[in-house]
Ligand binder design. Structure first.
Ligand code: UD1
Ligand code: CA
Length: 461
């Protein structure tokens, strides 16, 4: 039987330093909740299941986690009496054998490979506990890994450490792997540590000394300090976002995306690009966006779906050209070689191959057939104040500038809509449709009108 790996994700801490009405772990990095990054790492490590330790009232976190397709079990911890206490709360959801890896929900850069490597290090050594250690520039508030004769003896929290211990540069990233069969014994051995203020705490880190006291092996694996970076406040969240953005851009540059000014491009963690995509400066790619090969997104374009309200995917197909200053929203689909130009907004709107909407247009709840042209200033009036209605435009249709298309509406293939028209009923294929107020022109009318207006303003003496 293959070894099972269960990830225990600790997220019940109060996260007060965020100063937020929302649980800390739902704050987003690259438009993905912090806890989502960690669960993604757990899945990448090959975890069979994740046990999420939450405080009461964190239903939104549980709902998010369940949507990820990993088997997630929830354990409640109340009150939060420390990391050891949090794992005790998860106890009856843990397997009797195999690997249990404890991770913190606020360390978004932890990688799946690292979790898997830590679990392997523990198994290979036959150890009860393996700790993921790191050597950051500033060991600051991290727990210190105390070694003797090359073997991990204990973890000492910074607050309890003497000067010599504080001088140790190797610290606890927070990730710990356990032999599931021996974890219960280690949890039973934890003694409460008296905190300076507030309730006593049970430290998960004390399992190391407890294992050594029983003559059980303990080991350390190391990671890049960035993987242990914890997000505790909004400053750290902003710093973490900057790190993530650099990584995402580097990834997509290596995958064949050109960026004229990478530092000005903002990307969601789930963005997907084909080859030979060009992103001009100041392009924003939010969640739920797929961009196929050869697409050019010109400067200052904004593409994003709007989860959780509307996460309908947004797709830009091969060779399309977007922007500058275009806005694409949930459910936008731009066909191969189609053009969406400046100040054009698409929401739940499909442009088929070769179609064009180049200037100052709103297309909502709408489809535009192949090679049709939507003139400048055209608006689909999709909302009547009560409900949204669709507009269907066929192939090779010519919509003149400044047309007002009142939905529900169907315009047949090859039809022609005159500039400035409003269209309130269906237009058959091949028909022309022109609807304008009758023009009125009068000889000398401009001067007469000017005199009238001046008199009315009381300025003619
Ligand atoms: C912890 C470690 C420290 C390590 C550091 C790495 C302990 C005692 N200390 O300290 O050695 O260097 O992380 O970042 O483990 N949580 C709960 N319930 C609780 C308390 C915490 O679920 O009762 C969760 C928090 O939501 C958080 C994680 O556990 O996700 C870590 O808690 P935190 O208080 O931030 O631990 P640190 O003091 O940073
Ligand atoms: Ca922390």
């Amino acid at each position: 039987m293959s070894q099972t790996l269960t990830a225990v994700v600790l997220a019940a801490g109060r996260g007060r330093r965020m100063r937020s009405d929302q649980p800390k772990v739902l704050h987003e990095l690259g438009f993905r909740p912090l806890v989502g990054h960690v669960l993604e790492a757990a899945r990448a490590a090959g975890a069979d299941a994740a046990v999420l330790v939450l405080a009461p009232g964190m239903g939104a976190v549980a709902a998010y986690a369940e949507g990820l397709g990993l088997t997630v079990r929830v354990a409640e911890q109340e009150p939060p009496l420390g990391t050891g206490h949090a794992v005790m709360a998860a106890r009856d959801r843990l397997p009797a054998a195999g690997d249990v890896v404890v991770v913190f929900a606020d360390t978004p850069f932890l990688e799946g490979d690292t979790i898997a490597r830590l679990a392997r290090t523990r198994r290979d050594a036959g150890a009860a506990v393996a700790v993921l250690g790191m050597e950051p520039d500033e060991p600051g508030g991290y727990g210190r890994l105390v070694e003797r004769d090359g073997r991990l003896e204990a973890i000492v929290e910074a607050a309890q450490a003497d000067a010599a211990t504080r001088a140790i540069g190797l610290v606890n990233s927070g990730v710990m792997a356990f032999d599931a069969a021996r974890l219960a014994t280690l949890l039973d051995a934890l003694e409460p540590q008296s905190a300076r203020d507030g309730d006593p705490e049970y430290y998960l880190t004390d399992t190391v000394a407890a294992a050594r006291a029983r003559g059980w092996e303990t080991v350390v694996a190391r990671c890049d300090p960035i993987e242990g970076l914890g997000v505790n406040d909004r400053l750290q969240l902003a710093e973490a976002e900057a790190v993530l953005q650099r990584r995402l851009r580097a990834h997509w540059l290596r995958e064949g995306v050109t960026m004229l000014d990478p530092a000005s491009v903002h990307l969601a963690a789930d963005a997907r690009f084909g080859r030979d995509v060009v992103l001009e400066p100041n392009v924003f790619i939010g969640p739920g966006v797929v961009v196929e090969d050869g697409v050019r997104i010109r400067a200052f374009s904004h593409l994003t779906t709007d989860p959780p309200k509307d996460a309908t995917p947004l797709v830009v197909r091969k060779g399309a050209v977007i922007g500058p200053f275009a806005r694409l929203r949930s459910g936008a689909e731009v066909g191969a070689g189609a053009h969406v130009g400046n100040f054009v907004e698409l929401k739940n709107a499909r442009l088929d191959a070769g179609a064009k909407a180049n200037h100052l247009t709103y297309l909502g709840d709408c489809t535009v057939g192949r090679d049709s042209n939507v003139g400048a200033g055209t608006i689909t009036c999709n909302y009547d104040g009560f409900a949204k209605w669709p507009t269907t435009i066929g192939r090779e249709v010519f919509v003149g500038s400044n047309a007002t298309l009142v939905a529900p509406l169907t315009i047949g293939d090859g039809a022609l809509i005159g500039a400035g028209s409003w269209v309130g009923r269906d237009v058959p294929a091949g028909a022309s449709h022109v609807a304008r107020g009758a023009a009125e022109q009068r000889e000398g009318g401009a001067a007469r009108l000017a005199r009238h207006l001046a008199r009315r303003a009381g300025k003619d003496g």
